[in-house]
Ligand binder design. Structure first.
Ligand code: CP
Length: 310
């Protein structure tokens, strides 16, 4: 873990498979410690700035509770509270925060803002979601998949819906790195962008992951997990009607779950969900859903990331 100290997590593109594996193993240890009720104070004397340009339930609560219960001091700062590129350059904000905090979490719009914070603060920066990537989510997703199917052997995950969003893009990267077969089922206009597809296809050669991009829902056959996300991401509200029309055929309902041909296929969702749109209530609230474990795993994985890098 020593080689992790001081590193930022902006995208899993910056980490190799062994490093991602070590984060996952640490997250499993952290979860087991939590289940046993062990109290540890591994962030005593440390501080983290939690910068939020967008709303959050899981990410904010995961960072805040994971850091605080280990004796650290998290400070929540929305863009109503501090200068985030308004009245003061982001570079200067980063320099100041880096003098006062041990680490920074950033949730916002531009991925370049997370990169700027990492470049100028001198402390680890964690991407809590940008328009491009949501890496802490993807680690929790992989942990949840492994809790159901183990960490060995081939696994197939199908992501269905808006294949261009930050969740789909992060899943694609982590699957390509970790050898998980990933099929993105999306209308052509919402297929992941070419540059990322090329990067992930190159990565998949080493890991053995099969990556597929299609609009054919029959491709869910044999899948271990079906995964979806909201049809309209934060910041895209103007596209709501258009997305609903385009993605209605891609709703994850029981008929689609059954189409996998397996009774043990699990359902995953990063949440928040719009029940009745991208997923039906009977699926997300039903026995095949692991969405609530997945939400809990955000905390364990985020704690592991901070433990390894701080
Ligand atoms: N999945 C996720 O990032 O949830 P929040 O938007 O509530 O943080």
């Amino acid at each position: 873990m020593e080689q992790m100290k001081g590193r930022s997590l902006l995208t899993w593109l910056d980490f190799n498979a062994n490093e991602i594996r070590s984060f996952l193993e640490l997250a499993k240890t952290v979860k087991a410690q939590s289940r046993r009720g062990e109290l540890t104070q591994r962030f005593t004397g440390k501080t983290i700035a939690l910068l939020f340009e967008k709303r959050s339930t899981r990410t904010r609560c995961a960072f805040e509770t994971a850091f605080g219960e280990e004796g650290g001091h998290p400070v929540f700062l929305s863009n109503q509270d501090i200068q985030l590129g308004a009245k003061e350059s982001l570079e200067d904000t980063a320099r100041v925060l880096g003098r006062m905090f041990s680490a920074i979490q950033f949730r916002g719009f531009k991925h370049s803002a997370a990169e700027t914070l990492a470049r100028y603060s001198g402390v680890p920066v964690y991407n809590g979601l940008t328009d491009d990537f949501h890496p802490t989510q993807a680690l929790a997703d992989l942990m949840t998949l492994e809790e159901s199917f183990g960490d060995r052997g081939k696994k197939k995950l199908c992501y269905i819906g808006d294949g261009r969003n930050n969740v789909a893009r992060s899943l694609l990267v982590i699957c390509a790195k970790m050898g998980v077969d990933c099929t993105v089922i999306a209308p052509e206009s919402l297929t992941p962008d070419r540059a990322l597809v090329e990067k992930c296809t190159a990565l998949s050669v080493a890991s053995g992951a099969k990556l597929r991009f299609t609009n054919n829902l029959d491709e869910v056959e044999g899948a271990d997990a079906l995964y979806t996300d909201v049809w309209t991401s934060m910041g895209e509200e103007a596209k709501k009607d258009e997305r609903e029309k385009l993605l209605r055929p891609y709703q994850v309902n029981q008929a689609l779950m059954d189409k996998t041909g397996r009774k043990d296929t699990i359902f995953l969702h990063c949440l928040p969900a719009v029940k009745g749109e991208e997923v039906t209530a009977d699926v997300i609230d039903g026995p095949q859903s692991r969405a609530w474990d997945q939400a809990e795993n955000r905390k364990h994985t985020i704690k592991a990331i901070m433990l390894a890098t701080l």
